[in-house]
Design a protein around this ligand. Sequence first.
Ligand code: NAI
Length: 384
Amino acid sequence: MTKLQWGMIGGGEGSQIGPAHRLGAGLDGLFKFTAGALDHRPEEGIGYGRRLGLGDRAYGSWQDMLAGEKAQDNPIDIVTVATPNSTHFEITKAFLEGGFHVLCEKPMTMTVEEGEEIVKIARATGKICAVNYGYSGYSLVRHMKAMIARGDLGKIRLVNAEFAHGHHADAADADNPRVRWRYDPAQAGVSAQFADCGIHALHMASFVTGQDVTKLSADTVSCIDVRVLEDDAMVNFRMDGGTVGRLWTSSIAIGRQHGLGIQVFGEKGGLRWSQEQPNQLYYMPLGERLQVIERGEANLSPEADRTSRVTIGHAEGMPLAFANIYTDLAEAIWARKDSRSIDPAADLYPRAEDGLRSMAAVFAVAQSGKEDGAWCDARPPMFR
Ligand code: NAI
């Protein structure tokens, strides 16, 4: 099969998330890394792109890349946007309107209005606009979703999600420019920790339960007092299928590394999964013994089988979860090219609608935090 052509904006040398995208997109041989505007410094971006094999399709800016790819006989099929948050809207909008599919890093936009605009543009152009909630690509997260959808837990009563780390806990480092901007409303927007990490946990809660968040109440605090925006938040929420939600996110939780985890409790059983041990899923049917489901086991769900690559007992990790998002996207792009339908197990990548719902939740958390935990509507206006 011919490879799809993949481009990337941001993700330059030394960036945090660039390597995981290159590993993820390259893993299954479905995409060829063809074009990039990888750095905000044109010369560095071109130089690094050439070293990665992009030749004259290493561009100095995303504007040059958009013009250059539109002029190609064989342009890229999809572009990943892995630049800082405030640039996502402009770049995603321009590439969708230019006729390209887009995978945008989270948060998709800085405002709810921009999010609604992206959803409308994606719908009008018919282009794919995915958002990189990459942790939803883990095989056992897909399996959790499948178990819940087929009723193994019965009606879902409660979901408890968290994403806590301790990497911004040092008060002596709070003025470091690499940390400080994240808590400055002029640069980060209305929320810091919830917008950065909390939205991953909230997306995970919606993804596995298949329910959307309707309203929420938040307690937001800046534990390091020079900070304007929150470094810790506890959020209570409700979902449209009647599930009660709890979410904790923190950047001052010393000793926590990348503490993304989720627990789901239904009438007939409970499930528990953690990103730092992603190859095990804990399942307890009501009145029975606790079971450990291993990634790669026989007779799991189709969703788990297609997203598991190496045999049981060999750890799979985050770049492979990203690879599952890319595999979903390849399926979606080929389905459009060949006018064929997609296997539901391969149609699970996060969409612009998810990015928009996250942005509405970010603004609801900020509002609720200011109003002493008042319950706020967490739905974007276009979905009310
Ligand atoms: P970073 O600061 O480490 O790297 C950003 C890269 O983008 C740099 O190479 C920079 O030169 C480049 N860049 C900046 N402006 C550009 C422009 N106008 N044109 C082309 N390149 C440009 O940032 P990091 O941590 O890699 O984050 C990037 C995005 O990825 C953020 O939106 C962040 O929220 C998201 N992210 C997502 C994660 C996930 O799990 N889905 C994890 C980490 C980050």
